[in-house]
Write a protein that binds this ligand. Structure first.
Ligand SMILES: [Zn+2]
Length: 285
């Protein structure tokens, strides 16, 4: 039974990532929408009276330093989403170490804080990356939020325990995204991209069944007050069309679903949950 849920945003620039996906040379330039998306997120969270964990992507932070400073000064938790948004399973251990280091440096320079929480791009810590948790612990991280019981992630570690737990060996805590079991079916109910295709009462029923301290995640573009436009030309524009249509569907529902969730659950940051869990762990050991 989930009472507290952990609220998070994967803080990335949709336009940068879409441009890179279609091979545009200028992909690192700041996109035109993250500022208004950040305004919308921060005012929604203020309205709901909640604080959120922002998993910051390095390449987005360098393009929008002033937005990262605003998020940090709003009292939200600053965590790390890696640097270049390359799946962890597509990197070597050394590449992953360098990516993490680069993101951490950027975040420290902008906020003066060393992030202690990590979420892999596209939940890409899998059975193919057995070294990932060691690297995180070596670089001073205390929790990982990359576990997501969804069919979209290939080769993910299968585990019977879907709740928050301490990982053996590293001392790291795993704080998974909310998933609900119905008989043999596991329904991912923690992500705004799933809320787009799931009726609100089903999301709410799923979250009632999820383990306590389960995670919710949104992206800035899902709270965009305006329709997303990739601002590409010709063939590139066509390639981005389907992705844009899917994202706009999610955009229309995310804020309403989050309001409904917050009327039923206390929303807290990952850092807050981690502090409580590790204090209880110490008391129990
Ligand atoms: Zn991401």
């Amino acid at each position: 039974m989930a009472d507290d849920l952990l609220l998070s945003v994967d803080f990335e620039d949709w336009h940068q990532l879409v441009r890179r996906r279609v091979g545009a040379a200028n992909w690192r330039e700041p996109g035109p929408a993250l500022a208004r998306q950040t305004d919308a997120m921060l005012s929604l969270f203020d309205d709901l009276g909640v604080r959120c964990t922002f998993f910051i992507l390095g390449v987005a932070a360098r393009a929008h330093p002033q937005l990262v400073e605003r998020v940090a000064s709003g009292g939200h938790e600053i965590a790390c989403h890696g640097d270049a948004h390359v799946p962890v399973f597509a990197q070597t251990r050394e590449e992953f170490e360098a990516d993490l280091q680069s993101a951490t440096n950027t975040i420290e320079q902008l906020t003066g804080r060393h992030p202690v929480g990590y979420r892999a791009p596209a939940f890409s810590i899998t059975r193919r990356t057995p070294w990932a948790h060691d690297v995180l612990a070596d670089q001073g991280f205390v929790y990982d939020a990359s576990e997501h019981q969804t069919p979209v992630v290939r080769d993910r570690a299968r585990t019977a325990d879907t709740g928050a737990r301490r990982l053996p060996g590293t001392g790291l805590w795993e704080l998974p995204v909310a998933a609900a079991r119905w008989r043999s079916l596991t329904l991912p109910v923690g992500g705004a991209s799933y809320w787009a295709i799931t009726p609100t009462p089903v999301v709410l029923a799923g979250l009632r069944r999820a383990p306590s301290d389960a995670g919710l995640y949104l992206h800035p573009h899902e709270l965009d007050p305006e329709p997303l436009r990739p601002l590409l030309q010709g063939r590139q524009r066509l390639k981005a069309w389907l992705r844009t249509a899917q994202r706009n569907a999610a955009r229309r529902r995310a804020a309403d679903v989050l309001r409904a969730i917050s009327a039923r659950h206390r929303l807290i940051t990952y850092g807050e949950a981690h502090e409580r869990l590790s204090a209880n762990g110490r008391a129990g050991s």
